[in-house]
Write a protein that binds this ligand. Sequence first.
Ligand code: NDP
Ligand code: GDR
Length: 332
Amino acid sequence: MGTSFEGRRALVTGITGQDGSYLAEQLLERGYRVYGLVRRLSTPNTQNIAHLLDRVVLLDGDLHDAASLDTALRASEPEEIYNLAAQSFVGVSFNQPVVTGEVTGLGVVRLLEAMRARADKARFYQAASSEMFGKVKRSPQDETTEFHPRSPYGVAKTYAYWACVNYRESYGLFVSNGILFNHESPRRGREFVTRKISDGVARIKLGLASKLKLGTLTTHRDWGYAPEYVDLMWRILQAPVPSDFVGATGEMHSVEEFVELAFRHVGIEDWRPYVEEDPRFKRPAEVDLLCGDAKKAKLELGWEAKVKVPELVKLMVDNDLALLRGSAPRAA
Ligand code: NDP
Ligand code: GDR
């Protein structure tokens, strides 16, 4: 990677999460000075960035708290702001709709307001989501497809998406949405279905568990590999003008296919005896299928997803096997 970004300053909210940790790594490799917003928790949650702690500056802050965002912008004086913080789990958003609206929706407006006051020359990336398409109007989905969110999370992300468009149009700020489809990795939280499967299958293989309990197996998703998607975030902010971009592989698989591939990878051909459908993991409204068309990102940013589901399954299961055997110090 080139070094023309040496000394550039970036603020990453959600730096302790899956995407934030990979993004921080890539920005550091490009020579950026990286600031990360972290919220106070009773037990610190920095395992994803443990290997970066001596190279990033962590700032206290919470998307609930406008003053803390203002302070973080003054301290970091960023040229680029990546807003990845969110209550990001769709399932929980049905039980905590207000918190989800506060953080995933209104929190974005708090950060945009702080940017308008303190860093109006900065470039702002918003982590928008394919969940905004929800009950899809057509397939595949691209930047022109209408939204029909199906969860409090999807509704909050749709509000945040339009807030970003509105700040761009009203105040001329450089604000862009990355409408990213599902992207996974060894650092994915264990409540999300891909990691739940890779971890569960590894446990069954090693004799540490006998069952994997899942919700709806028939839904389809367009799953990609997180490190490639955080590269897209960076490319979106290097574009000459602010705009909105879809990031996706263009391929769709069912949860059941993911399960089958994961079991097959550890030598188990018949997965059915190990998997139980559990209504606790079903949602009041489902997004049945998502499949993205990332032509605009390819044409304008030269970005394309390379890792597809079969490879993704292998790298996630192998990582969980290594973690459980104690032969890997942390998620790759
Ligand atoms: P994670 O759930 O792994 O990370 C979310 C981050 O947000 C964590 O660092 C978390 O901190 C932080 N956070 C949560 N609440 C607050 C708050 N009130 N104030 C400040 N920080 C907070 O998500 P991902 O890395 O997977 O996703 C990154 C972003 O991209 C999210 O906005 C997500 O909704 C969005 N997205 C993700 C996709 C995916 O497939 N991964 C696809 C499309 C969009 P803590 O560690 O303290 O919990
Ligand atoms: P999603 O991801 O809702 O698409 O949101 P998740 O992995 O939670 O669900 C994907 C699909 O799998 C089905 N499913 C289960 N899901 C979970 N979590 N647990 C189960 O046991 C289970 N069984 C079946 C779900 O019903 C769903 O259909 C993710 C998040 O990262 C969002 O933040 C992001 O915006 C979107 O991807 C794009």
